[in-house]
Design a protein around this ligand. Structure first.
Ligand SMILES: [Zn+2]
Ligand SMILES: [Zn+2]
Length: 334
């Protein structure tokens, strides 16, 4: 039997449950959870904001742990090995998307916490292909958030072919933005951050921002018109999209990983400057491995607050209150 922290409804807190996971699939891996990050998507899923939650709901899709058991067909992984599991726990591995290296875009990909139980548990399972080895130089204690949030903000740099000579702006210094700043800086870019919180300036500079612009300052956006190759939006707020598009150089991209409800923008300046608006979900299996190696090479790590998994309800409240700086990681204490 697996033990997990489950919410029985969108309103209720998490309580311990036990469940029988059934036989381990031939292509599956069973992982003993050591640490699991708390992501805003766990909250959205608990509240059934995307109409795909099943109760009892066990969240947790930023797992760092060790392999406990291998399915009969699994090769290339070992019992005891350090691994992580992110948003996706399986994909078909046969469709066009999977075979062209975009397993994260597989139409039948399974979410770790969608229709199954995730990492707020003593053990969790995933398809072997989606069980990502943690390289040396990446610490299990705080690497969980890399598997969801980290991959999500790393991916746009590769997808948009961002060069070290590029000028990049990040909107928001939160769970996603604080990692995006580190990636952008290590990439070699000139890094600007837009934030509503002037009190975060010093931390933002430590994370790699070269320029801090307060979005409360009406002159801030005007001062950077035509500057950026990519503006990476990590917040879910509705913004003055035309003003942000104006900060792009010709050919520049406004890339969204924060889920604003709608984007309304004037098309003509986009045509004239060949600018585009895009978005992306997490990243592929290979991208996840590249990201971890990049993190090891550049000592990039999420800034986390640690809680015992048994304090999951307190930790969730901190997430709800928006107080976490900048990610929360639960340590399994069964
Ligand atoms: Zn997530
Ligand atoms: Zn597929």
């Amino acid at each position: 039997m697996f033990k997990a922290y489950a919410a029985s409804s969108s309103e209720s807190g998490f309580e311990v449950i036990e469940f029988d996971p059934g036989p381990l699939g031939a292509d599956e891996v069973e992982v003993a959870v050591e640490y699991c990050g708390l992501c805003h998507s766990d909250l959205s899923m608990k509240r059934n904001e995307w109409n795909m939650t099943e109760y009892p709901f066990v969240g947790g899709h930023e797992v760092a742990g060790r392999i406990e058991q291998l399915g009969s067909d699994v090769q290339g992984l070992e019992v005891g090995q350090r691994v992580g599991i992110g948003w996706t726990s399986a994909s078909c591995l046969r469709c066009d998307q999977c075979q062209s290296g975009y397993q994260n875009r597989c139409p039948t990909a399974e979410g770790t916490i969608v229709g199954r139980h995730g990492g707020f548990a003593d053990r969790v399972r995933a398809q072997a292909a989606w069980t990502i080895p943690i390289p040396e130089g990446v610490d299990s204690v705080d690497c969980g958030p890399l598997f969801c949030g980290g991959l999500t903000v790393f991916n746009p740099f590769v997808e948009n072919s961002i060069l070290p000579t590029a000028r990049v702006a990040v909107i928001g210094i939160g769970g996603l933005g604080h990692m995006a700043l580190q990636f952008a800086n290590a990439w070699g870019c000139d890094v600007t951050v837009f934030s509503t919180s002037p009190d975060k300036e010093e931390e933002a500079r430590q994370m790699g921002a070269h320029q801090f612009l307060s979005t409360r300052d009406p002159q801030a956006l005007e001062s950077v018109v035509g500057k950026f190759d990519m503006v990476l939006d990590t917040v879910d707020a509705s913004l003055d999209w035309d003003a942000y598009l104006a900060t792009l150089r010709p050919g520049g991209k406004l890339h969204m990983v924060g889920a604003a409800e709608k984007v309304e923008a004037t098309v003509f300046p986009m045509i004239m400057g060949q600018k585009s608006i895009g978005a992306s979900p997490t990243g592929s299996i290979t991208r996840a491995k590249e990201m971890l190696e990049f993190c090891a090479r550049h000592q990039i790590k999420p800034m986390v607050e640690n809680f015992a998994m048994s304090d999951i309800n307190t930790a969730f409240q901190r997430l709800i209150d928006g107080k976490a700086r900048y990610r929360i990681v639960l340590k399994a204490d069964w």
